[in-house]
Design a protein around this ligand. Structure first.
Ligand code: URP
Ligand code: ZN
Ligand code: ZN
Length: 472
């Protein structure tokens, strides 16, 4: 017999409204939402005084990503488990184009991701623009992948030229694929890095000083120009600058199908953090900027200029020579210490997938910058719509997957590495006092996190064959 759960008396939050209702789940699906539901054969979960949110959807994570001489420290199990602890039940991970064919890359990534503990989709990085890639790209939707990522930076490694990006966007659009863009100016970065190293500047802060904010502003506008010319939708990832957000909004006001994603780190931290003795902890690309950028990005969220908040979760150990205990076993993975004498050798990326919802709730909702509905829109519903998962994911409605988060708005948590479940040795939000936290997390009707206890399993996550992207 199908197992039923009746969530009684919670305050439901969707992207559109907040209301008190019961939710009936049968097996993996929500089957009814309404007042005073009756289901004699259901187990009742009393959620009076709690919020019920659709499971978070993080549109931007990197698990098991090779970088420089190491690999990001969360794999598809540890990183999805960490996501679940923070209320996120769906993630979207990027496949590097590191195999001779796209098909081989996709197959290899399926093998790695089979241990995921929450549901997952893939984006395909396009970092070679050759005849074989052009021929294979139209097959991505057949494999359930309806988004690609291209790069205007990382010269000699991942970057495509503007003309190549233009062609890729046009071809992607013809096949119902959304193009995602890493918007920085690779040429200028290259020169500034060379000059900084030649002058003996090796400290982490030079990572930010060699990646000018204006390069991101320029790249966002260039992306918009390419979208206009290709008549193709564009999603600009990890937006970090005020000027970039203004360019995004300018493009949107012209009617262009351009969408933006920002990440929590760009709302809270600045170049000053990179200047600290432990500044390597904050190294990611694009870098943290200024308090004015933080403020404008909040404004962009309040005003709806942005479409999503992802994390760009890509953690490394701060000191990968010292093991941590993970599930009772010691593990150490080379990390930020690789660049102690040269900032260009510090692996780029930060932990964040589990931090996103709790940190944004306190800083966004509790502090009155975001409504609960905006919180759900940015962290769940909009990613589901944009990446072809809606209404299966991203909402609380009959026929949706029963990915539910029971959120205690009164729970106070002193956050940090001991609470977050990422497989790394530090957390950017160490010591932050949070109000509001997920107390139960359900993946397709199954309780996987209960009051800080892990009830989930390696491999229980499912690959999501995604549909056509929507433009928001
Ligand atoms: O520093 C970062 N963001 N690492 C991941 C790669 C990317 O560009 O998203
Ligand atoms: Zn990027
Ligand atoms: Zn990324």
């Amino acid at each position: 017999m199908t197992h039923k759960l009746l969530f009684r008396g919670g305050t439901l939050v969707t992207a559109a409204e907040m209301f008190t209702a019961d939710v009936l789940v049968a097996g993996e699906k929500i089957v009814a939402v309404g007042r005073d539901l009756v289901a004699a054969d259901a187990d009742v979960v009393d959620v009076h005084g709690k919020f019920l949110l659709p499971g978070g959807i993080d549109p931007h994570v990197h698990y098991d990503l090779p970088m420089f001489d190491t690999v990001s420290s969360d794999d598809h199990y540890t990183g999805t488990k960490a996501a679940a602890f923070g209320g996120t039940t769906t993630v979207m991970d990027f496949i590097p184009q590191d195999w001779p064919t796209l098909e081989a890359a996709v197959q290899a990534w399926h093998t790695k991701a089979a241990k995921a503990a929450v549901d997952y989709g893939f984006h395909m990085n396009i970092t070679r623009w050759d005849e074989a890639t052009r021929a294979e790209l139209p097959r991505l939707p057949e494999w359930g992948i309806t988004s690609i990522k291209v790069f205007m930076a990382y010269n000699g490694r991942l970057r495509l030229q503007d003309g190549e990006i233009f062609e890729a966007m046009r071809l992607a659009r013809e096949h119902g694929i959304l193009t995602m863009l890493h918007a920085e100016n690779g040429d200028v970065i290259d020169i500034l890095v060379r000059e900084a190293l030649a002058a003996g500047h090796t400290e982490p802060v030079w990572h930010a000083r060699t990646r000018p904010a204006w390069g991101a502003v320029d790249a966002v506008l260039r992306g918009a120009m390419l979208a206009a010319q290709a008549q193709a939708p564009l999603y600009i990832v990890h937006m970090n600058t005020a000027g970039g957000a203004e360019m995004l909004q300018y493009a949107r006001e012209q009617g262009l199908p351009v969408m933006g994603e920002t990440c929590p780190q760009y709302l809270f931290f600045t170049e000053e953090h990179l200047a600290r003795p432990d500044g390597a902890k904050w190294i990611c690309s694009p870098p943290m900027r200024s308090p004015e950028d933080n403020a404008l990005l909040w404004h962009a969220l309040e005003q709806g200029w942005m479409s999503t908040i992802g994390t760009d979760h890509c953690p490394f150990f701060f000191d990968g020579t010292k093991p941590i205990l993970y599930e009772g076993e010691e593990i150490a993975i080379p990390g930020k210490e690789l660049g102690k004498d040269d900032f260009t050798k510090i692996p780029n990326g930060l932990p964040g997938v589990g931090d996103r919802l709790p940190v944004l709730w306190t800083e966004g909702v509790v502090k009155g910058r975001l409504t609960p509905e905006q919180f759900v829109a940015y962290t769940s519903t909009n990613p589901a719509k944009i990446f072809g998962l809606y209404p299966r994911k991203g909402t609380l409605a009959p026929a949706a997957d029963a990915d539910l988060v029971v959120w205690d708005p009164d729970l106070k948590v002193t956050y940090g590495v001991a609470v977050a479940q990422h497989r790394t040795d530090y957390n950017l939000y160490e010591g932050w006092e949070l109000t509001g936290f997920p107390v139960q997390v359900y993946l397709r009707g199954r309780l996987i996190v209960c009051e800080g206890e892990w009830l989930g399993q390696r491999g229980q996550g499912r690959f999501l064959h995604r549909g056509r992207p929507q433009i928001l």
